[in-house]
Design a protein around this ligand. Structure first.
Ligand SMILES: Nc1ncnc2c1ncn2[C@@H]1O[C@H](COP(=O)(O)OP(=O)(O)OP(=O)(O)O)[C@@H](O)[C@H]1O
Ligand SMILES: [Mg+2]
Length: 400
């Protein structure tokens, strides 16, 4: 950008009275020089310097004033030196031509100076416009890159989902066959002894665990159709808390409820949302290895009060009177290491020991929340532990 400091004519920024005084003194100085050097030396043309400077830096009027002053000084010096002319009027004629010459130069220079100023203003204006355009371009570029990443992520998810579905279908049938085999062998008289029964039970547990994983995989690859109806989110959360009750007890986790009563009804698939919170509560219990506190908070806020999360709800055509219902699940566990924060929603990402977690929990959570038009985020709390934040939206057809 063109700044004052890198302009060529920084003298233009000097105080105007100072420049005028400098030019005036120069005229007088040149007059003295003219007088001292006498007739032989040609000094007249030097008067042009302060005249030109005054015109360029100050104004046309200042230039004209300096031109008159210069001619006057020149004239006085001529008179003092009593230069002999063949006719007394020649001196006046010379003064007049000198004045005309100076005035011409002043007029020309002032025009040039105005064009220069106009150009300078235009360049500054254009520079501001260009800087703004560059900032806009950078913003669009960042947005484009973001969208591209999202598209890549979506494509990746789709192919992972397809792969998972394929594997799940292929494995499901053999598992069923194995389970039927276990059922059959259990009925045989030879398997009544304790040791065989123990082995068969272990096998049954292993098949059940594998079936549960397969079901999770199928859930992840195709979350299925939503059966939504107006629901009370507090009630669904309460049911999910009930399902994890034993885990809480076993893990010495105290549950604190900070639920806003009479939340607006939300269009939800009860079973799927229950699955979401069971996943979140289970993760929290696992993160609080030595016990801790799980706080569930719900509250409603108007749409638009959460700029990032409400982007989807504010889409064109969205009902204006919609309400956002927030859920925060705080735990006092280990928190999420900074390096994992970007990956926790990725399918199959887990920090749990092999056989303890598939790493599908949060990706299923996100999928279910997204198909409900909601948002979910997991972050670390300043006080320690993690916070899962949800936001769901009403249809905008009134409260229940
Ligand atoms: N509340 C939490 N506190 C700390 N880390 C968490 C929390 N919730 C999730 N994580 C981290 O995110 C990872 C992914 O969670 P996710 O639920 O997707 O898979 P998982 O719990 O490992 O396995 P599963 O598929 O059985 O749920 C976890 O392994 C854990 O490292
Ligand atoms: Mg989990």
């Amino acid at each position: 950008m063109l700044t004052k400091s890198n302009r060529v004519w920084t003298i233009r920024e000097w105080p105007r009275p100072l420049v005028l005084a400098l030019c005036g003194l120069s005229v007088l100085g040149i007059g003295v020089l003219d007088y001292v050097t006498g007739m032989e030396a040609s000094v007249t043309v030097i008067y042009l310097l302060p005249v030109a400077l005054g015109t360029w830096v100050l104004s046309r009027r200042a230039g004209l004033l300096l031109a008159i002053a210069s001619v006057l000084v020149w004239f006085i010096v001529e008179r003092i030196q009593a230069v002999p002319y063949s006719h007394p009027l020649i001196q006046f004629w010379n003064a007049l031509t000198l004045l005309m010459l100076f005035v011409g130069i002043v007029l020309l220079l002032s025009k040039l100076s105005r064009s220069y100023e106009w150009l300078e203003d235009k360049i500054e204006e254009r520079t501001v416009e260009l800087t703004q355009a560059l900032a806009d371009l950078r913003k669009s570029h960042a947005k484009l890159k973001d969208t591209q990443l999202q598209l890549i992520q979506a494509a990746k998810m789709e192919s992972v989902g397809r792969l998972a579905a394929g594997v799940a279908h292929e494995v499901k049938n053999p598992l069923m066959t194995i389970m039927m085999g276990i059922d059959y062998v259990e009925q045989l008289p030879q398997s009544r002894d304790e040791e065989t029964a123990g082995v068969l039970q272990e096998q049954r547990n292993a098949v059940l665990r594998a079936t549960a994983i397969i079901n999770e995989l199928l859930d992840f690859s195709a979350p299925g159709k939503l059966h939504t109806q107006p629901e009370d989110l507090n009630a669904i959360i309460e049911q999910a808390l009930g399902l994890v009750k034993h885990e809480f007890k076993k893990g010495c986790v105290e549950v604190v409820r900070e639920m806003q009563p009479h939340l607006p009804a939300l269009p939800l698939d009860r079973n799927k949302i229950q699955q979401v919170f069971v996943n979140i509560f289970t993760n929290a219990v696992h993160a609080m290895t030595g016990g801790g506190t799980l706080t569930v908070r719900t509250y409603a806020t108007p749409v638009g009060t959460n700029a990032n999360a409400d982007a989807a709800a504010d889409a064109p055509g969205a009902a204006q009177d919609r309400i956002g219902v927030n859920v925060e699940v705080d735990d006092t566990g280990s928190g999420i290491p900074e390096k994992h924060l970007a990956q926790i929603f990725d399918p199959f990402f887990t920090t749990k020991a092999p056989g303890k977690g598939t790493g599908l929990g949060l990706s299923i959570v996100r999928q279910i929340v997204h198909i409900h038009g909601g948002t979910v985020d997991l972050s670390n709390r300043a006080a320690g532990g993690a916070r899962a934040t949800f936001r769901f939206f009403t249809t905008g057809e009134g409260r229940s």
